[in-house]
Design a protein around this ligand. Structure first.
Ligand code: NDP
Ligand code: 2IT
Length: 446
């Protein structure tokens, strides 16, 4: 790791905040990108912006106790990491997954600050969640868990304080239950969560926003290099909120979606998924909450326990499942299969080593901070809609999404070095987000 203009031993400081590997990899990536920016800026050094951005404003951890359908008592951890509100209220999702630890949430909260800054909207960064596993739970159990979670969380959030949303394991159903409990406790209906069901003040287009935005970013990278997504073969991982709508827009733009996955395995389509298959899959995943191994989509091949990356030839890869799902060997396999554009729908799905492979091979790489920012950008539209007591049309919401994604692409290009004609979007996104955060930190004093 290059030294950054940091007045402490950076490695020791990272350990002091959180000794986990995910948070470390997120910080080290940014440190490499922004050290030259800090070295050239005395005000950033004097204000110690790197250290101040690295340490979260506060970490809230609590116990969540609830009763299962058999009458047994269950206990989980809950967290909210309020990382920085220098640009606006803390903003970021809640993740419910058994793998969630404080390390997971520290890295996500840190990344969120840069992503939110890139959107150009007045939102700070945060993340929260629980090690609760919604899989296999009844609707009533999920509701009781969400109510118990909000019983503590409500005192820490507010529409101009902290505005949570969804993430892995948290979709419209969970946000509805969380918001319902918040309304009962506080008697406020102030839109404090985003990604709400439409009847509770949700935004038309929020469900599609992250996946659509990721495809829009991939299109922008292709356009910038004189190409287009039309006719391209696209590998997608995951089959949740981000993956399904990335597939939808990619297909609408004339691409062929050749893979999808879940944590049990992958499916591949020799000639690309059809519109009918996608509609069936969306219903199977969103309504039936089924597993891919049980999906009978005609013409799909199922590969148990396999990641998508080496299964078929493709031009574009959109990792949309989870962190570190693309390791060095996966990246090499993708390149062997023909991939020349990668846009991260998930947060940090590619390891540092995987990113190095893309860099060496001249693959266009759109980091999650930029490529998946459409979700949170639309969440901010939802905040505006609620604050103005109005209802946006889907068309307006999606038009605004496209223009935010184009603007993020421009910011990345403006801040990125270019090697042999290939724009380094990873560095561009880190620098673009960092400069906004650092300028605000300098402006606010100590
Ligand atoms: P969902 O819960 O809707 O879907 C997650 C998908 O990823 C599922 O198919 C799931 O499979 C798969 N998955 C999750 N964990 C693993 C794992 N450990 N190994 C393999 N597959 C896994 O979540 P989202 O689609 O909302 O989120 C996906 C990614 O996108 C996350 O990284 C999230 O942080 C990021 N993101 C989400 C945004 C949003 O608005 N929702 C915004 C920006 C980024 P299974 O069902 O088998 O677990
Ligand atoms: O990672 C993310 O950007 C999200 N999960 C969405 C956050 C939000 O506030 O909409």
């Amino acid at each position: 790791m290059k030294t950054v203009a940091c007045s402490y031993d950076l490695s020791a400081l990272i350990d002091a905040v959180n000794p986990g590997a995910l948070y470390r990899s997120a910080i080290e990536e940014v440190a490499e990108s922004v050290s030259a920016v800090i070295e050239a800026n005395k005000a950033y050094q004097r204000a110690r912006v790197f250290e101040r951005l690295l340490i979260p404003d506060r970490v809230i951890r609590f116990r969540v106790e609830w009763v299962n359908d058999q009458g047994g008592v269950e206990v989980n951890f809950g967290w909210r990491i309020e990382h920085t509100n220098v640009l606006g209220p803390y903003k970021g999702g809640l993740r419910f997954h058994p793998s969630v630890t404080e390390d997971t949430l520290h890295f996500l909260a840190y990344e969120q600050c840069f992503k939110n800054a890139l959107t150009g909207q007045p939102i700070g960064g945060g993340k929260g969640g629980s090690n609760f596993d919604p899989k296999g739970k009844s609707d009533n159990e999920v509701m009781r868990f969400c109510q118990a979670f909000m019983r503590e969380l409500y005192r820490h959030i507010g529409p101009s304080v902290d505005v949570p949303a969804g993430d892995i394991g948290v979709g419209g159903r969970e946000i509805g239950f969380l918001y319902g409990q918040y309304m009962k406790i506080t008697k406020e209906r102030d839109g404090v969560l985003t990604g709400k069901p439409l009847g509770l003040g949700g935004l038309l287009g929020r469900t599609q926003a992250t996946g659509y935005g990721t495809v829009a970013f991939a299109q922008a990278m292709l356009r910038h290099s004189g190409d287009s997504i039309e006719g391209k073969r696209v590998m997608i991982s995951g089959s949740g909120n981000v993956a399904l709508y990335a597939a939808e827009l990619a297909m609408e733009k004339g691409a062929h979606v050749v893979t999808m996955s879940d944590s049990g395995g992958s499916i591949s389509f020799d000639k690309g998924m059809t519109r009918e298959q996608l509609e069936e899959l969306i219903e199977f995943k969103e309504v039936q909450r089924g597993r891919l191994k049980d999906w009978s989509g005609a013409g799909a091949n199922y590969h148990p326990e396999a990641r998508p990356w080496s299964l078929v030839d493709a031009d574009v890869a959109l990792p949309c499942a989870t962190q570190h799902e693309v390791e060095r060997d996966d990246a090499a396999a993708m390149v062997d299969r023909g991939v020349c554009v990668v846009a991260e729908g998930a947060n940090m799905p590619c390891t540092h080593q995987a990113r190095s492979v893309f860099h060496e091979k001249g693959v266009l790489f759109g980091p999650g901070k930029a490529a998946n920012a459409g979700g949170v950008a639309s969440s901010c539209f939802e905040m505006s809609q609620n604050a103005s007591h109005s209802t946006w049309t889907k068309e307006h919401s999606l038009d605004r999404l496209t223009s935010v994604m184009m603007d993020i692409h421009e910011q990345c290009v403006a801040n990125a070095p270019t090697t042999n004609g290939v724009v380094d979007y990873g560095v561009g996104a880190d620098r673009g987000g960092f400069i906004k955060l650092a300028d605000a930190i300098v402006a606010m004093g100590v």
